[in-house]
Design a protein around this ligand. Structure first.
Ligand SMILES: NC(=O)c1ccc[n+]([C@@H]2O[C@H](COP(=O)([O-])OP(=O)(O)OC[C@H]3O[C@@H](n4cnc5c(N)ncnc54)[C@H](OP(=O)(O)O)[C@@H]3O)[C@@H](O)[C@H]2O)c1
Length: 339
């Protein structure tokens, strides 16, 4: 089979190689991968910024969708022809995260899905909602489940206001899922055009953060001086102080991302500790979610016929798609199709 692998760091070093097609052991399933989507983590992984000690060679990417082509002895959950997606952390099926469950993330701890075939344990898969294509389904395992759990962290009721940052995979899923919950969504982006596009998906109000770095003031104005109920925080160290100022008293920050760079930047950024206590802020770290979270989200996706938003590439263009992510020129998800 063909696969992309990381043998040394850098987008240009990503190798398109021939590898033996794996076969399923007892309890395992062989999946023919039909589509893959990129997450920012994959970019960091390829560049050596996620895990500088990554073992080579490693097949990257956590998110893929395909069909079952063979099952190992004793498999009862799946049969050939079933349409499936892998779960991000192969050992986190339900309940709270533990150190053991956190091991086994695809495209990091173990080989990922940027390959024509993958073998996964039968409990490391979920069924694709019927109305979704393989391309659409490939966007769900990491970004959508993360956005789903970020909203859950806010314990929100319809009518509450959330703020999303940027227009990438997690942010656009947060917007789409928030609309299902009857939430009001404010969004900040580097681009007026992207804000316009987000408006067509239901964004209530948008602001260009490049032109208006004090977007916390805008968030307060938009909420009659109170602040937002939840920030879906993907910027990280440079945006967190502004997010704290943008939430209401008792509001929540779902801490997800690190887009603004490494934590050692923090020395130059004043961190508003007093605001955290005065606001009784809740800062909840989010790390994707379990298979159960994924299955629950899929029920909502089926019920509302939600369709993910993405841009398609052929999988031979993996490097081009990653470069697009590096430039932040995309909107929603970046998807690769294996013809
Ligand atoms: N904790 C978890 O479980 C988890 C899961 C998924 C993702 N993540 C993390 O969440 C972040 C987003 O991931 P993603 O896959 O959605 O990324 P993505 O698709 O690459 O989206 C990034 C977008 O965010 C905006 N952006 C870039 N830098 C920003 C900044 N400094 N402040 C605010 N917005 C900024 C840009 O949109 P505009 O051009 O519109 O501004 C950019 O296109 C990454 O750090 C990723 O590692 C974490």
């Amino acid at each position: 089979m063909r696969a992309w692998q990381i043998s040394s760091f850098g987008i240009d070093s990503l190798e398109f190689v021939e590898r033996p097609t794996p076969s399923p052991d007892p309890g395992q399933v062989l999946v023919k991968v039909r589509a893959i989507s990129f997450n920012y983590r994959d970019l960091l992984m390829v560049k050596g910024l996620y895990n500088p000690k990554l073992k080579f060679p490693r097949i990257p990417c956590s998110d893929g969708a395909g069909e079952v082509v063979a099952t190992g002895e004793g498999v009862t959950a799946w049969k050939p022809g079933d349409r499936v997606m892998g779960i991000f952390m192969q050992n986190w099926h339900d309940g709270e995260l533990t150190p053991i469950k956190a091991r086994g993330a695809l495209g990091g701890d173990i080989d990922g899905v940027l390959a024509e075939y993958i073998v996964l344990n039968e409990d490391g898969l979920v069924r694709i909602p019927q109305h979704l294509s393989f391309q659409e389904a490939s966007t769900l395992p990491c970004a959508a489940v993360t956005a789903w759990n970020a909203l859950a962290a806010g314990r929100l009721r319809p009518g509450a206001t959330i703020l999303i940052q940027g227009t990438g995979g997690v942010a656009i899923f947060a917007l789409q899922l928030a609309r299902l919950h009857g939430l009001r969504v404010l969004g900040i982006s580097s681009s007026d055009d992207k804000l316009q596009r987000a408006s067509s998906l239901g964004l209530d109000a948008g602001l260009n953060y490049t032109e208006n770095p004090d977007w916390d003031r805008w968030a307060l104005e938009e909420t009659s001086g109170e602040g937002v109920d939840l920030v879906v925080e993907v910027g990280g160290i440079a945006t967190m102080p502004t997010s704290i100022k943008a939430i209401r008293i008792g509001g929540t920050i779902a801490q997800i991302g690190i887009l603004s760079g490494p934590a050692d930047l923090a020395a130059n950024i004043p961190f508003p500790i007093p605001s955290i206590l005065h606001k009784q802020a809740r800062i909840q770290g989010i790390y994707v979610g379990s298979r159960k979270d994924f299955e629950e989200m899929n029920k909502a996706i089926v019920l509302t016929q939600l369709r993910p938003i993405g841009e398609n590439f052929h999988w031979s263009q993996a490097r081009e798609a990653l470069t697009r992510m590096e430039e932040s020129s995309h909107f929603g998800k970046l998807v690769l199709t294996i013809a």
